[in-house]
Ligand binder design. Structure first.
Ligand SMILES: Nc1ncnc2c1ncn2[C@@H]1O[C@H](COP(=O)(O)OP(=O)(O)OP(=O)(O)O)[C@@H](O)[C@H]1O
Ligand SMILES: [Mg+2]
Length: 426
């Protein structure tokens, strides 16, 4: 049929895939997994990686087509985009996609590579939320164009989820928890994470990841409206696979008196380029902190189980709820629980008083946290089997919109994937 994507595209040889119009937008740091049935299709998808627009994309190809994908996602997290080849018939494809949907996270998008040139099938799949159906044989450029329309097109929604961590009282552990949660997201969900260390004079993201880059977030903020993707890329430092940092200068040669909207541009840009943006906020109450808390997707309040923390956490939670009545409510993590000899408020009681969902309680463990901090490492690096790592993972799953794992089920499997939303709703 004439308007299927295959025929929409100009017929160009594969080797032209790298020659794109200047000014074409780079794709954000998304992860893509392709499940192919034929080796030619796998080669085609792999050729797409050479397109300049794909330079930040992490793409892997696998065998097995739809069944391979379903099998794999029973036990593995889903990426930002799945590309799946199928040679099933028109009648069989929707049912097979239903089975795939059951094992996918809600935010995952899907491009189907099929062998049937059928406009009714195309319409049904698009109606059911499949992002694109491309008929094979196609060119690598066709595939990149489809991905680009999805993630970098004019109307494409920002892909990044912003998660702010704030301490109810100085030293409660919000930076440590934000960095470890970011690490867990990058390792377990294999999503790219960018940490913004917004504590310009005293921030510890650089220390905690053993990085000392010459530039960081202050340069981006100072550049104000001139900051763009290329600049942000230059200012970032790679802390590990899937983790980038914008570090704080942590120098006292000047004061840092940011205006209410000074971080806005950096956060917006970060959201356009990275799937998960973790904001490590300082424990201060300024116009820009309040504005940031009002505009992010998720707010996590980190508190120690004592009275001053309780009062501050309650004030913070009430203020955040009032600032963003229609957005998700702030979440609570009680940290440093069980410090020897310290009288403590029971976490559930604490959460009830603060009127926040208690996401996790993290035990006080001076030896492990101290070693990690002094080595510039994450907890998982100094103590891989520590149960606290599971808590970081659970917080990560929750704040990225994945369901908390039910016993025996795959995290996120209970959520309705985007590509079946419309179908199930109708
Ligand atoms: N559960 C814990 N057990 C023991 N030590 C911890 C725990 N959580 C954090 N720490 C330690 O507490 C100290 C303060 O942590 P962190 O810098 O993360 O706090 P913060 O809330 O970000 O403080 P700030 O107000 O300076 O931003 C660090 O040395 C960290 O290693
Ligand atoms: Mg901090």
């Amino acid at each position: 049929m004439s308007f299927l994507t295959q025929s929409k595209e100009p017929k160009v040889p594969d080797d032209a895939a790298t020659e794109i119009a200047s000014g074409a937008r780079l794709l954000p740091r998304i992860t893509i997994q392709a499940f192919c049935e034929h080796s030619q299709t796998a080669e085609l998808v792999e050729a797409a990686v050479h397109d300049r627009r794909m330079s930040k994309v992490a793409l892997t190809t696998h065998n097995g087509g739809l069944d391979g994908a379903i099998e794999s996602y029973r036990s593995n997290p889903t990426p930002n985009l799945i590309i799946v080849e199928t040679s099933l018939s028109t009648e069989e494809i929707p049912g097979a996609l239903d089975r795939l949907a059951e094992v996918c996270d809600a935010s995952t998008r899907l491009i189907v590579l099929g062998h049937v040139n059928d406009v009714l099938l195309y319409r049904e799949l698009i109606r059911s939320g499949v992002s694109e159906y491309l008929v094979l044989p196609a060119t690598a450029q066709t595939i990149v164009n489809a991905i680009s329309d999805l993630f970098a097109g004019e109307g494409a929604a920002p892909i990044g989820r912003t998660i702010a961590f704030v301490a109810a009282k100085g030293g409660a552990g919000s930076s440590t928890i934000s960095h470890n949660v970011a690490w867990a997201i990058s390792q377990h969900l294999r999503q790219d994470v960018l940490i913004l260390d917004m504590d310009l004079p005293f921030g510890t993201a650089g220390l905690n990841f053993n990085q000392d880059p010459p530039h960081g977030i202050a340069d981006a903020v100072n550049a104000s409206s001139k900051v763009d993707n290329t600049m942000l890329d230059r200012l970032m430092s790679k802390a590990a696979n899937h983790i980038n940092l914008l570090t704080a200068p942590a120098m006292l040669d000047r004061t840092f008196d940011q205006g209410e909207r000074d971080f806005e541009q950096v956060v917006e840009l970060a959201q356009k380029t990275t799937p998960v943006v973790v904001l490590d906020l300082p424990h201060v109450w300024t116009a820009w902190v309040r504005h940031t808390l009002a505009t992010v997707d998720e707010v996590v309040i980190v508190a120690e189980p004592d009275l001053a923390n309780l009062r501050n956490a309650k004030n913070l939670a009430d203020t955040v709820k009032a600032l963003r009545p229609t957005e998700s409510e702030p979440l609570l993590v009680v940290n440093r629980l069980g410090m020897p000899k310290r009288p403590e408020i029971a976490p559930q009681e604490f959460a009830t008083s603060v009127e926040c969902k208690l996401l996790a309680t993290i035990p006080f463990d001076a030896a492990t946290f101290g070693t990690a901090a002094n080595n510039g490492q994450m907890l998982a690096e100094v103590s891989a089997n520590n149960k606290i790592n599971d808590l970081f993972r659970q917080i990560g799953l929750h704040v990225t919109g994945r369901a908390l794992p039910e016993a025996g089920s795959k995290p996120g499997a209970l959520k309705l994937p985007g590509f079946l939303k419309l179908k199930k709703a109708s």
